[in-house]
Design a protein around this ligand. Sequence first.
Ligand SMILES: [Zn+2]
Length: 92
Amino acid sequence: MNAPDHVTIHAATRRLSLTWNDGQTQWIDNATLRKRCPCSTCRRLMLSGHKARVESNVAIVDLQPMGYGVQIVFSDGHAQGIYPWDYLAGIV
Ligand SMILES: [Zn+2]
């Protein structure tokens, strides 16, 4: 899957927008992204029936492009998750 044309942090509304190659723009809440973190620690937590403790006002402080996806650095210090583009596209 190709990287989106634009990935933008919207700090005021606590959302991330992704503009895909077909011109569609997808919006995802920061808290949703944090809850859906695909790193092994968060996946293990979810598989064992636990929910990650996520502040509703969690912010995205940095994005690191990784080719097949993007590493998201959150304000709670969690930065282990690398989100593949197809995974992000599937988050509603
Ligand atoms: Zn994680």
